[in-house]
Design a protein around this ligand. Structure first.
Ligand SMILES: *Cc1c(COP(=O)(O)O)cnc(C)c1O
Length: 395
């Protein structure tokens, strides 16, 4: 920490927190940033200390000053009791599920969840005797009807990061808790800056740090924050699985943390501007962005979220696959690829028809997801404008 008194620290707004949290100038010999501590072995001064188990750092898999710095900062901005780090966002989903579930348990997952999370549930969890039911993200408190006596966890994601359905998290949490189930949320889209997960009833909140925390498309990281009821168990489970992230990635994530709010605010501004522009285009059937007033989840978004990030989708009026490819292939500023929230813009086609089971994905045309970067918005519009010209010229 810098020289902050507890009273000042408690009064700080999020931008100041992001600048000052998780710094330890003593550990850094006066340098601003905590360096990437690398290591397996940690030495003990004597046998008594080794036997007392009182030393904070004991072995590389159990944490370092670098991981502690990021965990402390994230715990603070998430309003959590504690945070664990793992090497990817998907691994964060996995450790949260492994924390909440055991053989014979029943799991509920929103039909709008990140598809690899479904894959984990449908293969490995199934093999371990855990059954999964997928639910319509619009059900809200209605998920109660699908719960069983052995339902132990509900995995939510809001908004869905392809199709942007907003879920009533407080209502889901209330029903789940009444049934004794744990509430997990993939909060990657909003980050804790735009949605306070634990204040809305979430027990374990997942963040793919690969996205806005990194912001530069150059690292993989997962974070799970938990409330007081779940943190101990989450920490023990993660520690026993021994899957720490690489020290360089944690160091880069701490760097990203310092500018995360600025980048998010800009992503929000650019994303909204582009979404509004796209909704005026004759080629576009619908824009899926929860901060637009005509989005079906807008009311819930407005009630629970304090901002929107730069990821949203559009549905095109029906055109051929060749026309969609002509649109995407010729884009010069938007890259074609997975992941998102980097400084550079991306566009990727998607189709949920093959894997949704509780709802039907029939949007009325081909769908494209955009991650809006930090380029000038006019240049981005011009790139897409040329794309639409290619699209309409192709049959
Ligand atoms: C990218 C993503 C993940 C997975 O993160 P990785 O670090 O790529 O494994 C999980 N959830 C959501 C919503 C994501 O967008």
């Amino acid at each position: 920490m810098t020289k902050l008194t507890d009273a000042t620290r408690a009064s700080l707004r999020s931008r100041s927190r992001l600048v000052h949290l998780g710094r330890n100038s003593e550990q850094s010999q006066g340098f601003i940033n905590v360096p990437p501590f690398r290591g397996s072995t940690v030495l003990y001064p004597d046998v008594a200390t080794l036997k007392s188990r009182a030393q904070r750092y004991t072995y590389g898999t159990h944490g370092t000053p670098t991981t502690d710095a990021l965990c402390a900062a994230w715990t603070d901005i998430a309003g959590a009791a504690g945070t664990v780090l793992v090497p990817s966002g998907l691994a964060a989903i996995v450790v949260a599920l492994m924390t909440a579930l055991g053989a014979g348990d029943h799991l509920m997952i929103t039909d709008s969840a990140y598809a690899p999370a479904r894959n984990f549930a449908n293969t490995i969890l199934k093999r371990m005797g855990i059954e999964t039911t997928y639910y319509d993200p619009h059900l809200g408190a209605g998920i109660g009807a699908l719960m069983r006596p052995n339902t132990r966890a509900v995995l939510t994601e809001s908004p869905g990061s392809q199709t942007f359905e907003v879920q009533d998290i407080p209502a889901i949490a209330e029903v789940a808790h009444a049934h004794g189930a744990c509430v997990l949320m993939d909060n990657t889209w909003a980050t804790p800056l735009f949605f306070a997960p634990h204040a809305h009833g979430v027990d374990m909140a997942i963040e793919a740090g690969t996205k806005y925390l990194s912001g530069h498309s150059d690292l993989l990281l997962g974070l799970v924050s938990a409330n007081a009821a779940w943190f101990d168990r989450l920490h023990r489970t993660t520690d026993q699985m021994a899957i720490p992230p690489g020290p360089e990635d944690v160091f880069l994530a701490l760097r990203g943390l310092r500018s995360m709010e600025l980048r998010l605010r800009e992503a929000e501004r650019q994303g909204l501007a582009l979404a509004q522009w796209l909704s005026t285009r004759p080629e576009v059937l619908r824009v899926l962005h929860p901060a637009l007033p005509d989005h079906p989840g807008h009311g819930l978004w407005k009630r629970d979220f304090s901002g929107s990030s730069g990821l949203f989708s559009i549905v095109l009026k029906p055109v051929s696959e060749t026309a969609v490819a002509a649109f995407l292939d010729g884009l010069e500023l938007f890259g074609l690829g997975y992941s998102w929230a980097g400084y550079e813009s991306l566009a990727v086609p998607f189709d949920c028809t093959s894997y949704r089971t509780a709802t039907r994905w029939a949007p009325g045309g081909p769908a494209i997801r955009f991650s809006v970067g930090l380029e000038d918005i006019e240049d981005l519009k011009a790139d897409l404008d040329r794309g639409f010209a290619r699209l309409t010229a192709t049959v």
